[in-house]
Design a protein around this ligand. Structure first.
Ligand code: HEC
Ligand code: HEC
Length: 326
């Protein structure tokens, strides 16, 4: 008996030491990314304009990194808080507030080099080497055209400093270990579409649409479910909203929605009078107002063409589980 206890004890110590070694290894070996590149991005008027268009549109930087008015439909950005951060994107993983990306030198990124910002956006590590949680969708940005990323950085650096210390994030186990291993050097940059191929144009700009409208498992889209919706978004009031099926399926998707109606649906969300959630009866995480204010009809139309070129998927989505209703 004594001998058995001794063996068990030794086994226990061995397991403990191994676990410690694995933990130490993960901490030392990850995040596995190169040093920030040596970049000096010239803020030309073209870049500033392009960066403004992307950061306030398809790249959603300002949408995630500002205060959002949860009492209005599609939670518009609160004017004057652009880039200040603080909204929580943690969902099941813990508390993950968006960073302050204004020019404040202490609480924002005012002291970062262009290369450090580039690395954060595309590879997922902070200035000090800390890994970023993938709620900051750096792996999606790693697929953009480099020149577009430079434009975004040039523009972000014009965001007026807001002194606001974002609270520390806290990640649950095991995601705190998993997230540490995800950052990676970007090596597959995309190409900005020139507007001749509408489907390619729509594919380039429709990355976030696909992200929210496709169910995934451990970061991989479920095959055959592209754009079929059903991704759950918990709302601040406890309701659950699921993304719509936006495949061209006529019954359960948006196959009967004309391009004109599609664009009009967005544009109707510019007028503040149309953002009353009591009239609508629900709120949504989809940033209709944010997108509509900036994105051109041509780019929205291209996204429509791209979505319509996809396979129709028959899958009925129950869009809402409103609070108190089961
Ligand atoms: C879906 C929401 C979302 C979008 C879109 C998004 N971010 Fe973030 N971002 C976050 C969150 C959340 C964090 C904090 C992650 C963490 O601390 O682990 C973050 C962190 C960062 C950081 C690191 C700052 C620091 O102090 O470590 C930078 C820089 C940044 N984002 C810039 C951008 C830019 C530029 C864009 C647009 C190209 C963008 N983000 C788009 C949510 C988002
Ligand atoms: C943050 C996640 C998110 C993003 C990003 C997003 N959506 Fe949505 N979308 C939703 C959710 C949730 C709904 C269901 C609630 C609603 O109608 O707003 C929805 C609804 C829709 C609908 C309404 C469908 C119907 O049957 O009326 C369309 C169309 C749509 N999205 C298209 C898009 C396109 C195009 C993009 C990219 C430009 C996009 N969405 C980006 C989450 C998102």
């Amino acid at each position: 008996m004594k001998k058995l206890l001794k063996i068990l004890f030794i086994l226990f110590v061995v397991v403990l030491v191994l676990a410690g070694a694995v933990y130490a290894y993960l901490n030392i070996a990850f995040p596995k990314v190169s040093a920030a590149p040596d970049l000096k991005i010239e803020a030309t008027p073209e870049r500033l304009e392009r960066g403004k268009y992307l950061a306030n549109g398809f790249a959603f930087c300002i949408d995630c990194h500002s205060d959002r008015d949860i009492n209005k439909f599609s939670m518009p950005v609160v004017a004057g808080t652009e880039g200040k951060g603080g909204m929580d994107y943690g969902e099941g993983a813990g508390f993950v507030p968006a960073a302050n990306i204004t020019q404040d030198k202490e609480t924002g990124i005012g002291s970062w080099t262009d290369g450090e910002i580039f690395r954060a956006i595309t590879a997922g590590v902070s200035k000090d080497g800390r890994f970023l949680a993938p709620m900051m969708p750096y792996s999606l940005f790693a697929g953009m055209d480099k020149e577009d990323l430079y434009s975004i950085i040039a523009y972000i650096k014009t965001l007026p400093a807001i002194k606001y210390k974002v609270p520390d994030r806290s990640l649950k186990f095991p995601v705190n270990v998993i997230f540490r291993t995800i950052p990676a050097d970007a090596n597959n940059f995309g190409k900005r579409p020139d507007g001749t191929d509408k489907i390619k144009q729509g594919e380039y700009y429709g990355i976030a649409c696909k992200f929210c409208h496709t169910q995934s498992d451990q970061g991989k889209y479920l095959p055959g479910k592209e754009f079929a919706g059903g991704v759950e978004f918990p709302m601040p009031d406890g309701s659950i909203v699921r993304s719509a099926n936006i495949t061209p399926d006529k019954e359960t998707g948006i196959g009967n929605m004309t391009k004109e109606l599609f664009i009009a649906k967005f544009k109707s969300c510019i007028d503040p009078a149309n953002l009353d959630i009591k009239t609508r009866g629900y709120n949504t995480p989809m940033a209709w107002n944010f997108m509509a204010k900036t994105i051109t009809d041509d780019d929205l139309g291209a996204v429509y063409d791209y979505i319509m070129s996809q396979k129709p998927v028959q899958s009925k989505v129950e869009k809402f589980t409103l609070q108190g209703v089961k």
